[in-house]
Design a binder for this molecule. Structure first.
Ligand SMILES: Nc1ncnc2c1ncn2[C@@H]1O[C@H](COP(=O)(O)OP(=O)(O)OP(=O)(O)O)[C@@H](O)[C@H]1O
Ligand SMILES: [Mg+2]
Length: 112
């Protein structure tokens, strides 16, 4: 299983959620975060206003998926989150050792 952590532009949430749902993911966690990339937050526009601060508002989406879904999910996020301008975000991929559904005690693929 893989954990896909995506940092995206906040206004892209609906589009990315729809793409992930169509790709077959069974759950999504979303958090409001702030961050900067290599422009250090200085040259980006957010909703038309230039931010003079270092940290820009972003959303973090976390999705745990079966390995077979990896390519589909990465494609879905890239297509839906991309604008082509700096600040589009990033995808971090890591391996998940175990998943447990609390209600039933089901494990791994059965628990996703
Ligand atoms: N190396 C990193 N580690 C952790 N978070 C990061 C990293 N790089 C980017 N992020 C997060 O992703 C957000 C968007 O980054 P961003 O897309 O600006 O990356 P970038 O490397 O500057 O690429 P670009 O040149 O396309 O802007 C940042 O605000 C931050 O929250
Ligand atoms: Mg950047």
């Amino acid at each position: 299983m893989k954990l896909i952590s995506c940092i995206i532009r906040p206004y892209k949430l609906d589009e990315v959620r729809e793409a992930l749902t169509n790709a077959g993911v069974s759950g999504i966690t979303v958090s409001e975060v702030r961050g900067f990339g290599r422009q250090k937050g200085h040259t980006e526009l957010y909703r038309g206003a230039e931010y003079v601060v270092d940290f820009l508002p972003k959303l973090k989406l976390e999705v745990v998926i079966a390995d077979e879904l990896l390519d589909t999910v990465l494609e879905a996020v890239q297509q839906s989150a991309k604008t082509g301008s700096v600040g589009d975000g990033k995808i971090f991929i890591s391996t998940i050792e175990q998943v447990i559904r609390i209600r039933t005690g089901e494990l791994d693929a059965d628990a996703l």
